[in-house]
Structures are given as C-alpha cells and as structure tokens.
Design a protein around this ligand. Structure first.
Ligand SMILES: NC(=O)c1ccc[n+]([C@@H]2O[C@H](COP(=O)([O-])OP(=O)(O)OC[C@H]3O[C@@H](n4cnc5c(N)ncnc54)[C@H](O)[C@@H]3O)[C@@H](O)[C@H]2O)c1
Ligand SMILES: O=C(O)C[C@H](O)C(=O)O
Ligand SMILES: [Mn+2]
Length: 567
C-alpha cells in the first residue's frame, strides 16, 4: 500500500500533540530533523506494528471494559493512526469496548470520566455565538460528515445530557472508512431532565431542564442551517434524539439536505436485512409475515416503516394492506383506536377496537391489551423488541409464539445488553432451537439441541449506517432517499451467512463489518447514480473503484515540512 504524503506546517510540541499528525516513536529520522523532534523523542524508531503491539499489551493490563474504554479514548486523543490501527487489528474484540455495550457505561459516567473535549459543543445559553463557535471549530476543515446528538434517548438508558456523537463518529471511520479529519461530532446541549445529572456538581453539561417547543426547534434549525450554508455537500447524522423530536426533525430536513436518522433509518435498514435473511431460511415472503413490534419509539417506528415500505416495493402490495401486517405494542399495550394520546406518526398502524372486543372484555379494568394476549391472538411469525424493557419477552410469551409458529423469528434489539427483551440463549432453549434470533448488542452463541453453536446475529445499526453514509457521501448525494437505503439493506441481506447455510448466523460477523459496509456503500452510490440523487457524473460501473480510492486507512503518511502546509 503506498504511503500518502502530506505537507505539514506544525513543528515540535504542536505536531506531537496533534492526534491527526502525531506518530510518536514512528517519526523517521528525516522527519525528526525537519519537524524539530530529535530531542523530544527517545532514540528508537518503531514501526506501526510495534506500536500496536505495545498499545495492545498496555490495553490488556486494564482489567475492566470501562478501563479499556478510557484507555482507548486517551489513545484517540493522542494518535489517530495508532488508535484506528489497533482497533482494526482487533476489531471483534474491541468494538464492544468502544461502542455498544461499554459505551453506554462510558456515557452514563461521562462527567466523571471526562478528560478532554472533542468535536463541537453547541449549548443553548451560548446560542447567540453559535455561528462564531461553529466557524471557529470547523475553520480550515473540509467536513463531509456531522454526527449530532442532543442525548435525550441514549441507547436504552435515556436522557444523558451530553454524549454519543463521538462514539458513532469513530464507527464511521473504523467500519466505513471515512477520513476522521472530515468527520465532526456535534453535541447539542439543550439541558437535561435527568435529576441525578442536574444534582451532580461534576456534571459537565448545562445543568438546566430541557428546552422544548419553539426555542428547541429554532436552536436545532440554526445549527442545521449553518451546516447547509457552510458544508452543503455534507451528510448530517442524527443520533439518539428523543422520540418526540427524532421523526419530526427527519421529516423537516430530509428533502433539503442529506440528513439521516440512525435510530429510525439505520435500525430500519439493518432489521430489514436481518428479516430478509430469516425469511430466506423459512422460505416465505415479507408480506406473509405477521409482525409484532414491542416498543413503538424511534427504532420501533423506523423498523415498522422500513419493513412496510419493503413489502410495498418488493412484494407489490398496497400500503394499506402492508400496514395490516403489523401490531405495535407499547407501554400501555396494543396500540389501537381507543388508546388515548397515540402519536401522530403511529396513526397508520393503529388496530381496530372491534378486533379486540372479546379479549378486552376478559381483561383487567384499565383495558390495556398486553403482549401475551396479542401473541396468542395474532400468532406472529416475527417479534421485534425495541422497548428498553429488560426481560419483556418472558418464557410464557416465547412459548406461546413458538406453539403456533414453526420457526419463530425473534429479534430482541434493545441495548445495551442488560436491557435485552430476552437473553437469546433462553429464547433458543425455550423454542428448542427453532427460533431465528438476532440481538442489538453482542451475545455469545447459543447451543442447539444437537450440541452445535448457533451464532447470534448482531442486528445493530452499526453494521449498515457507516456504509449508507459513505455511499451517500462519495456520490455527493443531495438527499438520502428511501430507495438508497433499501439498496444498502438488500446488499447487506445478500451477504447473510444463513443464505448458504440455514443454521448459520442471520448476519455477517462484526469482524467483517468494514468489507460488508464497503459493499453497502457501493450499492447505495450505484442506486444514487441510477435514480439521479447523486452529484457526481460517474457511471455505475465506476463506483467500486472510486469508492476504494476514497477509503481512509490507518497508515502513517510521509511528512514534509512546509510553512503553508496543513495544520
Ligand atoms: N439494535 C439497534 O441497532 C438499535 C437501534 C436503535 C435503538 N435500539 C434500542 O431500542 C431501544 C429503544 O430505542 P429508541 O431510540 O426507539 O427509544 P424510544 O424512547 O424512542 O422508544 C422506546 C419505546 O418503548 C416504549 N416502552 C418503554 N417501556 C416499555 C414497556 N415496558 N413495554 C413496551 N414498550 C415500552 C416507550 O414508550 C417508547 O415508545 C433502546 O434500547 C435502543 O438501544 C437498538
Ligand atoms: O448505538 C447502538 O448500539 C445502536 C442504536 O443506535 C441504539 O440507540 O441502541
Ligand atoms: Mn442510537
């Protein structure tokens, strides 16, 4: 692999403390002389391999996952090539340390583990200087990607005030191949309603209750317009916004800029891929499924919409007919006509009261129809959990489903691991190995009745969003269309190990996530070109080669000192 060359304007301490350019002991003799480093480094020049070996040994001396997470965070602050190179060499082992589930713990303790800020913090009381702050932070950078969060619904652990955008951004580089100097993490701090954070004197965010309504919308809009004005070709990623804002913001901006909501669209896409793999095993069609979605928040709705749209486009049934394939169950049971305060965006999927009169008559006085009753009546073929309700899929529920379905498809997707609706090992045992399973966090394999391992697919949006994003970015797509997302999801589904061996995992292993996401990116860019969403004038046939050229790799460049160079 040829070494990239850079003209760099930083010297001495400035280059050693710059994570993008720092090489530590890997600076060559010529570079040490040219950049004033000879006296600032010990004698021996290390290769990147040697540095990775040392860093890996140091990492192993940390005894807890959260300790390892903090160690890696410090490494990222010091040297990007070394950080990404180490992660790339130990991908399967280290993704759960820098991402789900350990990242949930890191975010919950953000203020106590805090060492160094990263990216951009836009805080409500400083809104008047937002443009100045934005320009100062992005000065001289050609940014392709903004990863933003207001941290209201972090994974399943709720309102954390600040956090997540940087971790999601790391995955874009590690798995998607996006140059980290072109990706920018943004925290929109609009307060928090988390009492323990508000009462914590060490809380680093703005200790104030969340801003809502017009003030919130104006604040977010100011940020979005700055992105559009100064980086019109960038992708704007939304992560872990609260359910009352996520869908609204996506609808508001998706026709005017390439915006992407990961919890809605990324989760919808990866779940569609997993389900396509599962119905490949059961040899049925999407529109043959009866699907229960447990937890009708951002992820639950995103999945419902994605699966519904896929039934319409792939199986050619009407939207109304496809809507009838879903039963959404939330905190107050089945979502149906007489339930008060049903969110506007769920209205299409509301079930008729008349279908449930008999069951309601037998039920308790508050009239809620619980998951078990829905399972018994509907006889679902698919049950998906996005509820944050740990253990919500009880043995009785799983057994009731398995009693009426040969190969129950069960995806308990809530993160982190401790919030999973059912431990996949239990779901496997209770269904005597018949269930087709996928979870949101990594789980060890389950044992089949014949003693073989059943690998639990990790249906996490990180298996697809870096590729969806990279595909949209390299094709300079003005918007991210539903058809681009479906193209990426179908490509991922086509790479499922279960397609060649039905006893194998429903999704590829996370250790292969970079090559899988590359395929997703190619499919997305090809679709963008075909449908006219792309801003490049490539032929579809050229996409793969062009995409390869744009991949960022964690290798050291060769530096030449130049006063007018990069800094
Ligand atoms: N695997 C993935 O890629 C992936 C992606 C996104 C979200 N998730 C997970 O899904 C969960 C939900 O995320 P979200 O962003 O949709 O959050 P959200 O807050 O928007 O939605 C959660 C929904 O679950 C409902 N709920 C809460 N308790 C319930 C209960 N006991 N029974 C039924 N419903 C209940 C809430 O009312 C809400 O509608 C989280 O744990 C998150 O980590 C996983
Ligand atoms: O962050 C993850 O692991 C997936 C998802 O975006 C979530 O909110 O749980
Ligand atoms: Mn998320």
């Amino acid at each position: 692999m040829s070494q990239p060359q850079f003209r760099v304007a930083l010297r001495g301490e400035a280059i050693l403390t710059h994570p993008r350019f720092n090489k530590g002991t890997a600076f060559t003799t010529a570079e040490r002389q040219a950049f004033g480093l000879t006296g600032k480094l010990p004698y021996r020049i290390n290769s990147l391999d040697e540095q990775c070996q040392r860093a890996y040994d140091q990492l192993q001396s940390q005894t807890t996952d959260i300790g390892k997470n903090s160690f890696l965070q410090s490494m990222k602050d010091q040297n990007w090539v070394l950080f990404y190179s180490l992660l790339t060499r130990h991908l399967r082992e280290l993704i759960p340390i820098i991402y789900t589930p350990t990242e949930a713990e890191a975010i919950a303790n953000y203020s106590h583990l805090f060492r160094r800020s990263e990216g951009l913090y836009l805080t409500f009381p400083n809104r008047d200087s937002m443009e100045e702050d934005f320009l100062e932070a992005t000065k001289g950078n050609s940014i392709d990607l903004f990863v933003s969060s207001d941290a209201e619904a972090i994974l399943g652990i709720g309102d954390q005030g600040v956090g997540i955008s940087a971790a999601k951004s790391v995955i874009y580089t590690l798995i998607g191949g996006i140059d980290p100097s072109k990706a920018f993490a943004v925290t929109l701090d609009v307060g928090t309603n988390n009492e323990s954070l508000l009462n914590d004197p060490l809380y680093v965010g703005w200790p104030h209750e969340r801003i809502r309504g017009k003030e919130y919308d104006d604040f977010v809009d100011k940020f979005v317009q700055l992105v559009r004005k100064h980086f019109p070709h960038s992708l704007l990623h939304f992560e872990d916004y609260g359910v009352t804002n996520a869908q609204r913001l996506l609808q508001r901006y998706r026709d005017t800029h390439a915006v992407f909501n990961d919890d809605i669209q990324g989760t919808g896409a990866v779940t569609l891929s997993t389900l396509m793999a599962a119905i490949g095993v059961t040899k049925s069609k999407l529109c043959d499924q009866r699907i229960i979605i447990y937890g009708a928040g951002s992820a639950g709705l995103g999945i419902t919409k994605q699966l519904r749209d896929a039934m319409v486009s792939l199986d050619k049934i009407s939207v109304e007919e496809a809507n009838q394939k879903f039963w959404l169950v939330d905190k107050h049971g089945l979502i149906r006509e007489s339930l008060p305060d049903v969110r506007e965006d769920l209205k299409e999927y509301v079930r008729k009261d008349s279908e449930w009169e008999e069951i309601q008559a037998q039920g308790d006085s508050n009239g809620e129809i619980k998951l078990l009753e829905v399972v018994k009546k509907v006889k679902p073929t698919v049950m998906i959990g996005t509820s944050t309700h740990a253990g919500g899929f009880t043995r009785e529920i799983i057994e009731a489903m398995a009693a009426k379905c040969d190969r129950p498809i069960i995806f308990p997707l809530s993160n982190p691991s401790k919030l999973v609706e059912v431990d996949p090992k239990d779901a496997n045992d209770w269904t005597k190995g018949k269930a087709l399973l996928a979870t949101g966090s990594p789980f060890p394999p389950a044992k089949m009745p014949d003693g073989k391992d059943y690998i639990i697919a990790e249906c996490n949006n990180a298996l697809i969003y870096p590729g969806l994003g990279f595909g949209a970015m390299i094709s300079h797509s003005r918007i991210m269309t539903d058809t681009m997302i479906i193209a990426g999801a179908r490509r991922l589904a086509s790479l499922s190990p279960a397609l060649t061996n039905p006893d194998d995992a429903l999704l590829p292993d996370f250790g292969d996530a970079p090559s899988i996401n590359f395929e997703v990116a190619v499919a997305v860019a090809e679709q963008a070109i075909e449908e006219g969403s792309a801003g490049v004038d490539w032929m579809k046939e050229e996409v793969r080669e062009k995409a390869k050229e744009k991949l960022w790799r964690p290798i050291y460049g060769e530096y030449v000192f130049d006063e007018d160079g990069e800094k």
